[in-house]
Design a protein. Structure first.
Length: 229
């Protein structure tokens, strides 16, 4: 396969889909209870832009769990949360797809420009959500919460992988699209282009402060032709 003209990395929550239901929060809480016996909640934790393992850690810190115990429990928490999500009755999320997402993914597909996920979701949760939204077929691969400590590390994994497979060349432009200032920072940390999209909880003003290369209200406003140059 010849190297593509660009690589697009997508956050999931607030970027591809929004209001995807309580299941994700619930499985994190259930996993904590099953693995550690602690009754915890995600209430009050600013989940937006956070990686799932960081959320699990914060839930347990707030419950007073010692850090050694949190570290020890993490592999089991990760596997339980994912298993529970796959078993959860997640409804179809077609109506929760953000405006402009499908059209953009179709355009990328037609131009054979690879799209990948870069998300704070654990892998099986992320893939399931995207599948329920009817978007699975557009994504070639992804980098997920269990693979790095921070979003910048996830973006780096995705870029390296696309290069290693020969899907893009070292000089190929890479864009990261996300709804949170953390997505913008992750792009900047990797020296790639950042596109802030105000379809999540962060306001346009909050996103603007992170200084993305492009800022749009929703992805219908994004001009792919202009990006590809
Ligand atoms: Mg997001």
């Amino acid at each position: 396969m010849a190297a593509a003209r660009a690589l697009f990395l997508f956050d999931i929550d607030g970027t591809l889909v929004r209001r995807s239901g309580p299941h994700h929060r619930r499985v994190l809480e259930d996993a904590v209870r099953i693995v550690t016996g602690h009754e915890t909640t995600t209430e009050g934790i600013p989940l937006q832009g956070m990686l799932d393992r960081a959320i699990l850690t914060e839930m347990l810190v707030r419950a007073g769990a010692p850090s050694a115990m949190i570290r020890r429990s993490m592999p089991a928490l990760v596997s339980h949360a994912q298993r529970l999500y796959l078993r959860a009755d997640v409804p179809p999320l077609h109506d929760n797809v953000c405006p402009g997402v499908r059209a953009l993914l179709r355009k990328l597909g037609r131009r054979e420009i690879p799209a990948a996920l870069v998300t704070g979701n654990l892998s099986r949760i992320g893939w399931r959500k995207v599948e329920r939204a009817g978007l699975r077929r557009y994504f070639r691969f992804g980098a997920f919460a269990e693979q790095a400590e921070e979003r910048a590390g996830l973006a780096r994994i995705a870029i390296m992988r696309a290069r290693a497979r020969g899907w893009v060349a070292a000089a190929t432009p890479v864009w990261l699209i996300g709804d949170h200032p953390n997505d913008v920072s992750a792009a900047k940390a990797n020296g790639i282009g950042s596109i802030g999209v105000a379809t999540g909880l962060a306001t346009e003003a909050e996103l603007r402060e992170a200084r993305p290369d492009r800022l749009v209200r929703d992805l219908r406003e994004l001009s792919l032709e202009e990006l590809l140059g």
